[in-house]
Design a protein around this ligand. Structure first.
Ligand code: ATP
Ligand code: MG
Length: 259
C-alpha cells in the first residue's frame, strides 16, 4: 500500500547488569523496515538477534536509542501501552515457542483472537482450527503442548502468531525445529501472509516479516538481510544480499532431507 517504515530503529542499545558486571548485548543498531517487506536477521549464536527481535516487537525495553513500531515510539512507553499496540498488530514466534501448557493446541491458537475480541468463540476456534490444518496439525488440535514434538509445538506457535493476521510478524528461528519439507511449508505460509493480507480487507498491505534465521533457504527468500555481530550491525557481503554468512546450525536439529 505504501512504503512507510513499519519499524525505525536508531542507536539502539541494550545493556544488562549481572553478577559479573555490565554486559552490552546490543550496541548502536540502526535499522529501517518498510511496510510489506521481509527482512532476515542473521548472525552467530549469542550475537544478540533474539534480544533485537524482542526490542523491535516491544516485548523488552531498550537501554538507549529509539524504536518506532507502526508509527509509535516505544521508548518510554509503559508495558501495558506496548501490549495494547502489539495486540492484534504484531505476531511473535518465540525461539522457545512459549505455548501455554494448560491449553490445548487449538486453545493456544485461538487465544490471541479471544484477547482481541470481536469474534465469537465459535468463530475464533474455527479460524484456529483452519490454521492448524494449514500447518499439518489438524489431528493434534486437542493435544497439550507437552504431548507435542518440538516441531509440532513450533507449528502451533506459528499458527498462534498468524491467527490475527498481524501487520508485522516477528519470528525467531521459525523453521529451527522443522524438517526440510515441513520447513518449506511453513516458509510458504509466511510469505503468503507477506504477499497478501488474508483478512479479507482488500486495503491492507501484506504483513511485514522480520525473521531471525540460520536457514539459508529462508534468508534467501527475504528482501533484505541484516547481519549482527557481537551486538553490532555489520555490512552484508557486497552485491549479493545473499546469505553467505548464514550458517547452517545442525545442532538445531534441522534435517536436510534431500528432496
Ligand atoms: N537478560 C540477560 N542477562 C544477561 N545476559 C543476557 C541476557 N539476555 C541475553 N543475554 C546475553 O546476550 C547475548 C545475546 O543473546 P541473544 O539471545 O540475543 O543471542 P542470539 O543471537 O539470539 O543467539 P542464538 O542464535 O543462540 O539464539 C548472549 O551472550 C546472552 O547470553
Ligand atoms: Mg536467539
Amino acid at each position: 500500500m505504501n512504503s512507510d517504515p513499519v519499524i525505525e530503529v536508531r542507536g539502539l542499545c541494550k545493556r544488562v547488569t549481572d553478577a559479573s558486571g555490565e554486559l552490552t548485548i546490543l550496541d548502536g543498531i540502526d535499522l529501517t523496515v518498510h511496510a510489506g517487506s521481509s527482512v532476515a536477521i542473521v548472525g552467530a549464536s549469542g550475537s544478540g538477534k533474539s534480544t533485537l527481535l524482542g526490542l523491535l516487537a516491544g516485548l523488552d525495553s531498550a537501554s538507549a536509542g529509539s524504536v518506532r513500531l507502526l508509527g509509535h515510539e516505544l521508548t518510554g512507553m509503559a508495558e501495558d501501552q506496548r501490549a495494547a499496540l502489539r495486540n492484534g498488530s504484531v505476531g511473535f514466534v518465540f525461539q522457545s515457542f512459549q505455548l501455554m501448557p494448560h491449553l490445548t493446541a487449538l486453545e493456544n491458537v485461538a487465544l490471541p483472537l479471544e484477547l482481541q475480541g470481536g469474534l465469537t468463540t465459535r468463530e475464533a476456534f474455527a479460524r484456529a482450527r483452519a490454521l492448524l490444518e494449514r500447518v499439518g496439525l489438524g489431528q493434534r488440535t486437542a493435544h497439550y503442548p507437552k504431548l507435542l514434538s518440538g516441531g509440532e509445538q513450533q507449528r502451533v506457535a506459528l499458527a498462534r502468531a498468524f491467527v490475527t493476521h498481524p501487520a508485522v510478524l516477528f519470528a525467531d528461528e521459525p523453521t529451527g525445529s522443522l524438517d526440510a519439507a515441513t520447513g518449506h511449508a511453513v516458509i510458504d505460509l509466511m510469505f503468503e501472509l507477506n504477499r497478501a493480507n488474508s483478512s479479507g480487507n482488500s486495503d491492507a498491505s501484506g504483513a511485514t516479516l522480520v525473521l531471525v534465521t540460520h536457514d539459508v533457504d529462508l534468508a534467501r527468500r527475504c528482501d533484505s538481510m541484516v547481519t549482527i555481530e557481537a551486538g553490532r550491525r555489520v555490512p552484508n557481503a557486497p552485491h549479493t544480499g545473499s546469505p553467505e554468512d548464514v550458517r547452517e546450525a545442525p545442532e538445531r536439529g534441522r534435517i536436510e532431507a534431500g528432496r
